[in-house]
Design a protein around this ligand. Sequence first.
Ligand code: SAH
Ligand code: SF4
Length: 347
Amino acid sequence: MKSPEKDPSGDLAAQADALCRKIHGSKVHVRGLVEITNYCTRNCLYCGLRRGNTGVRRYRMDEDTVLGVIVRGYERGLRSFVLQGGEDPEYPADRLARLASRIRERLGDAIALAFSFGTFRRDEYALLSRAGVDRYLLRFETSDETLHRRLRGTELAERLNALEALRALDFEVGSGFMTGLPGHDMQRLEQDVALAKSLQLDMVGVGPFIPHPGTPLGKEPCFGLEPALQATAMLRLALPYANMPATTAAGSIAPDGRERMLAAGANVLMPNIGPVDFKKDYEMYPGKICLDEDGLRCIGCLAVRVASIGKELSFGRGDAPSHHLRGRKVDKAARAAAPAAEGVCRA
Ligand code: SAH
Ligand code: SF4
């Protein structure tokens, strides 16, 4: 076992792991990830998909392709899917909503459907909700307002308002941040975790920032996996009932990065099940893992990896306990606030 001096986050990770196992058991929920478009109108300084990066071969899957990928995943036993992409004007909210409706018509309510396509207006999120999207992932990236403005060219408040709208629409709400962004220090990490806690997230994702040579941050230092592991443990302790992925970025920066996140409080894996032809072009950061493999085949490898830390894969919807608990509280509050029904009970 590593000494606390050498591994300052070791004790924290052990505490977070124990809490995670107490609440979520040894299950690791598997979500099939499909990256449907790498076009993006935004210009985030950290991201390889930014519009200013002309070195990217852009692609956009059509709806039939996406539906085909999801149905294939369903047939192989997956019941939870995440669709992600850049902010692509060819995939506005109404087209995404049509796509969601088609998936729901085909597969019904047995599946969970999470979308992650950046910022929309509240009425657009409402459209997605009505079409059957039940979860939405939107990281706040950093809680430092000045840094956020510099990196994304917009206010932190834009993403926080969007998260508030998603919450009001009763989505399972996911957010999170990157560790190791320029100027990284412990105080910022604590502030990021505090913001995630205050948002009472149902899903919280954290990954190490990995500099991409085709971006303005390409020459920034990389702080490695350790801050992301520390963040994972802190987030688990702050949000015991949330679902938390062991992220691809962690697995890309260290061969055992995802296992170590799963041993520090994470309980979700998101293999990319999209067509191999497109995978390598969805390069937010360099060195992404599993680019040449069919994601459904990767599941065998993931099963072995999670077994190495005494966990097992789970293929259900994997709803966040936090969302159920909040629902229960809301129901109770609503019942308490509702006027007594008149003329119903004639006992
Ligand atoms: N366009 C959507 C979803 C795609 S980006 C959005 O921005 O929300 C998904 C996530 O990739 C981002 O939230 C960011 O945290 C992460 N990411 C982008 N560039 C990265 C980099 N260079 N290193 C690590 N993670 C990165
Ligand atoms: Fe676009 Fe998302 Fe990348 Fe920003 S992080 S450039 S919004 S894909």
